[in-house]
Design a protein. Structure first.
Length: 273
């Protein structure tokens, strides 16, 4: 009898746990499940394609959304139900809206998911209809070109990194680009010093009802750490009109840069406030 009672209690506990789990799963809004499903399938496409630069990444993303069109109702459902007021979510919990800290904090808390597809491709999915793509495209070294001016040759070191273009894209769940910022250049170095060489920096705007970029500038700096940077930066004010729901607006300062050191090491990163 005692054994039967324990068995019955165990069965009831297991049933309760199963029911609670099932209820929790059912409680998850359908629009969030759809966003998660789209993200998972897009990630698989990127991984299967072994993308290695900006062009390949954009081709796969564009192809995916052409073949898998998303119902616009998904965007409306998200904003109506979450009452989200900014394009990128969870910003209220990040001091000064520092983008690097913002992404890291939300990845660590489980709100966002970050994936490194290759050395030159990284994607961060937010718990919203928007995601962030960072890519690098590498060209041939320019230091060996006959077009390099004499003053650059003398000021520069004996070696040069390849010319690289680092691009930061913020994209929507339809595959559309909200905006992108790119910086292109290379570094010369000799083990003692490093010199930055900016080729170009630019931004592209998506098609939105509100779009303004101010204080845009591009250039190069020498850091107190002995490293050097090439950058493109400015204030981006943008919004998107949600059918039947008004406007979502964000005003953010973006600084997208590459940083080189005296040994030829180069990193690509961003500061956003």
């Amino acid at each position: 009898m005692k054994k039967s009672l324990l068995s019955l209690i165990s069965t009831l506990l297991l049933f309760s746990l199963f029911s609670a789990s099932a209820s929790a799963a059912e409680a998850k809004p359908q629009y969030l499940e759809e966003i998660q499903s789209i993200q998972d399938r897009l990630l698989k496409n990127l991984e299967d394609a072994h993308v290695s630069d900006t062009k390949e990444t954009n081709q796969v993303i564009n192809s995916f959304f052409q073949k898998n069109p998303v119902d616009k109702k998904l965007i409306t459902d998200y904003f109506v139900n979450t009452k989200q007021k900014t394009v990128l979510p969870e910003t209220k919990n990040v001091s000064n809206n520092d983008f690097k800290s913002y992404l890291k904090a939300n990845v660590e808390s489980g709100n966002f998911k970050e994936y490194t597809i290759s050395d030159n491709v990284k994607i961060t999915f937010t718990n919203s209809p928007f995601f962030v793509v960072e890519t690098v495209t590498e060209d041939n070294p320019v230091i060996n070109s006959s077009s390099v001016s004499p003053d650059v040759k003398t000021a520069a070191a004996s070696k040069a990194t390849p010319t690289r273009t680092y691009t930061l894209d913020v994209k929507g769940i339809f595959g559309n680009t909200l905006f992108s910022i790119s910086v292109e250049g290379y570094f010369t170095y000799n083990g003692t010093a490093v010199n930055p060489h900016l080729v170009d920096a630019w931004y592209n705007k998506g098609n939105f009802s509100i779009w303004q970029v101010s204080n845009w500038e591009e250039g190069k700096t020498y850091e107190i750490t002995g490293k050097a940077r090439i950058y493109g930066r400015g204030n981006f004010h943008f919004g998107i009109e949600i059918a039947g729901y008004g406007l979502t607006v964000q005003d953010v300062y973006y600084n997208v840069f590459q940083e080189g050191d005296k040994d030829g090491g180069v990193l690509w990163d961003k500061v956003v406030k």
